[in-house]
Design a protein around this ligand. Structure first.
Ligand code: UD1
Length: 362
């Protein structure tokens, strides 16, 4: 019996590991798959609700590290996680995405000579001021199996000198979760409970430090949203980082009642909101992919994206942090000027199947 351990920590990790965990159940005679939650995200609405929505059992271990500066958080994960690895001695560590839990877990495992598999490898924004870019580059550099979601990932890894034999183009596990949950998503009552009609609202999420940690930047974005709210309702589930900053800066209190601020929303309810929105405005990575799969226009408030396929063939528009560009895209989209988009190769709900086939054959 082989023992594989996955580490997760932040909200976007949970929907990536769920399909992998469920797929490993098919191999339960030969593989034991355990999940360690670092506790990077700990609010019920940022964490537990996803395990419930995605039908995965609670994590086998929880390090409860909580929030802190990057160094404090990363170091605390490493200290706690080393104890788990010493006790469990897994044959392989699986990490997903690009959060602090991803690099912390990989680093501990590699120093103990435990092989590491990175799911969602090779993505690059080429912006090393982003903490996620540091996490991606370092995790890929020490991983043994690199599972890639789009062609740019293969190209980037090859340019960095990664041996071709370590790279596997397997598709997108985040889309697996979306495909597997579609029935539950369509049954979510969230539209009626928020008083919304299909295709009659804009959905907005913001949490990147460049947009929300700076008062002037956040104020400008909120003022621009306020101008859209004259024409369309806006639903804005607020990330805890953004909520804390709005409070600290004393902003966002005098906005149109047409902007509906909510707490963070669970997986199925949130995806129902995405699926039926006129458009989304976001700085998230995962939402750029989910909107592309669903064919919903997405305006991304970032200067770059590590997911270029969503702009090249998907429904994503890169607006940068310039709000006038945002306003231009939103006006065009609301006027029906929408680019054609297609679903990228292998975003078909079977990525976890391909990944587990590779990992069980090593
Ligand atoms: C993290 C990831 C980011 C990912 C995002 C998704 C890193 C470097 N960043 O950013 O890539 O896109 O998760 O949400 O790993 N907080 C709570 N409750 C929680 C979690 C956070 O109140 O359950 C608050 C705390 O004030 C905390 C702040 O949010 O200090 C930031 O949390 P943190 O995990 O450090 O980074 P995120 O901004 O969530």
């Amino acid at each position: 019996m082989k023992k594989f351990l996955s580490v997760v920590g932040a909200r976007p990790n949970f929907m990536k590991i769920a399909p992998v965990h469920l797929e490993f159940l098919k191999y339960k005679d030969s593989v034991q798959h355990l999940i360690c939650h670092t506790g990077q995200h700990y609010d019920e609405k940022m964490s537990k609700i996803f395990f419930d929505d995605l039908n995965i059992s609670p994590p086998d271990f929880n390090l409860n590290v909580g929030s802190g500066s990057h160094s404090v958080q990363t170091a605390n994960i490493m200290i706690g996680f080393e104890k788990v690895l010493i006790a469990e001695k897994p044959d392989l560590l699986i990490v997903v995405g690009d959060v602090n839990s991803t690099i912390a877990g990989s680093l501990v495992a590699k120093k103990m000579n435990i092989p590491v598999a990175h799911i969602e490898a090779g993505l690059r924004s080429f912006d090393r001021t982003m903490p996620e870019e540091i996490n991606r580059v370092l995790t890929d550099a020490i991983s043994d199996y690199l599972f890639v979601t789009e062609q740019s990932g293969i190209d980037n890894l090859e340019k960095e000198g990664v041996d071709k034999s370590k790279i596997f183009f397997t598709g997108n596990v985040m889309i697996d979760s979306l495909v597997h949950s579609m029935k539950k998503i369509d049954e979510s009552p969230v539209l009626s409970s928020l008083g919304l009609a299909k295709h009659d609202y804009i959905l907005c999420t913001l949490h990147r430090p460049t947009n929300v940690d700076n008062k002037a930047a956040l104020e400008k974005i909120l003022a621009t949203l306020n101008s859209f709210a004259e024409k369309k309702k806006i639903v804005f589930p607020v990330h805890p980082r953004t909520r804390a900053n709005m409070k600290e800066f004393g902003i966002g209190n005098d906005l149109s009642p047409n902007i509906l601020f909510t707490d963070p929303i669970g997986y199925c309810d949130f995806l129902r909101l995405v699926k039926n929105a006129s458009l989304t405005i976001t700085d998230s990575g995962g939402i750029q992919e989910e909107t592309t799969y669903l064919g919903v226009p997405c305006v991304t408030l970032r200067d770059n994206t590590e997911r270029p396929i969503t702009v090249q063939i998907g429904s994503n528009y890169l607006a940068g942090t310039d709000v006038s560009k945002l306003a231009g895209f939103v006006t065009n989209i609301l006027n029906g000027d929408i680019k054609k988009s297609i679903v990228p190769p292998l975003w078909d709900g079977k990525a976890a199947e391909r990944i587990c086939r590779v990992l069980t054959s090593i």
